[in-house]
Design a protein around this ligand. Sequence first.
Ligand SMILES: Cc1cc2nc3c(=O)[nH]c(=O)nc-3n(C[C@H](O)[C@H](O)[C@H](O)COP(=O)(O)OP(=O)(O)OC[C@H]3O[C@@H](n4cnc5c(N)ncnc54)[C@H](O)[C@@H]3O)c2cc1C
Length: 425
Amino acid sequence: MTFANWARNQSGTPAEVRTPASVEDVVRAVRDAAASGRRVRMVGTGHSFTGVALTDGIMLRPGALTGIRSWGDDRVTVLAGTPLRVLNELLDERGLALANMGDITEQTVAGAIQTGTHGTGRDSGGLADQVAELELVLADGSVTTAGPGEDLFDAARVGLGALGVLTAVTLRVEPAFLLHNRRRKLPLSEMLASLDELTSANEHLDFFWLPHTDACLVKTNNRSPGPARPPGALRHWLDNVFLENTVFGAACALGGRFPDLIPRINAVSAAALGDSESVDTSYKVFTARRDVRFLEMEYAVPRERLGQALRETRDLIDRMDWKITFPVEVRVTPPSDAWLSTAYGRPSAYLACHIYRPTPNPAYFEGVEEIMTRLDGRPHWGKLHTRDASYLNKVYPRFADFTALRDRLDPGRLFANEYLDLVLG
Ligand SMILES: Cc1cc2nc3c(=O)[nH]c(=O)nc-3n(C[C@H](O)[C@H](O)[C@H](O)COP(=O)(O)OP(=O)(O)OC[C@H]3O[C@@H](n4cnc5c(N)ncnc54)[C@H](O)[C@@H]3O)c2cc1C
């Protein structure tokens, strides 16, 4: 069986595929791999653009390790392979919610936290920052738990699958809440001038700059006492399905065939951007559908360097003859204490570049990566980049502690793959 990721830019053929349904099944797979000299990894839903999930050994699929194990007052323990979309619905049925999340809900809980999946938040961080406890199977086949105050907890929350196979994750949850979502168009120059004000005035700020134009779509989400005013079914379909996916997909396909039209296509899209408002259940506001296949690179830079990062990216695109259909997305998070979180120890801003899958443009990513690395940027572990262990060691203060822990827990590199050889050494 060949495994391919969502973007279809990574694939591999594992020696064996298993679908464990219990912790014991995972222990057996880890012991069998060790005994037969093979490697082993669990995958999520393949939404990483890097080869982080690939293995040539035993691939564990998440489909039977799903569901809630137990409920607490302010926490829930879920089996590691539970998709976020299922978790959101189960929480909602109980009047509970996660404080923050990323753009989509297709990923599994373990897959999402292992690469540091994040959304945007002034006060609330990525998914790994909402973890209260982990249960994992180590390379020697033992089952262990890790909680706050333990090195294993700070290392394994964003662990790249390098320290063990997660079997259960306990997440902190809170009473369900509504978000007031506002979308409006702002010129990039105004956006750049009001970055500090907008990030401090909003609980969740997310904006998209459309290359070859001066237009930004700015989305702000703030908690609301209600009442709920969800977008009507037609409005929702029009914005989230038809315009953001169907029409956008057609524009990308047209731009792919006739690249010289892209600046004009983007100008038409910019002119069509309108203001809108709604109040809805948090997870419905945080997340969206993504039907158009793309490739993505995303870097986290220190928050105070966002203006420079964005200006230099705009100037680079203006200078070069590239034609870029996809918007550049900008988000922020507070500092994280997970050692390999892209936000470790610093308030962070994220700048994400996307390219239409059928027309990759490596020079675009290389050019932006040069800017981001000059600004001490940290690449998202699940999105395309070319950094290796020597660079990453410089931008992650606890990198050496992570690799030392890995040396102790997995000296035989049972959980390794090519990507980990590159980024961890
Ligand atoms: C359309 C799209 C939108 C996206 N939006 C965002 C976003 O808004 N924010 C963001 O930060 N990222 C985003 N991403 C990136 C994505 O969230 C991450 O790459 C995430 O890791 C994918 O989760 P997955 O379940 O598909 O895991 P996979 O990609 O399959 O695996 C990721 C890693 O987790 C490991 N893993 C999985 N399960 C286990 C386990 N049980 N134990 C140990 N290791 C395990 C795998 O081995 C691998 O190392 C997006 C990606 C796509 C394609």
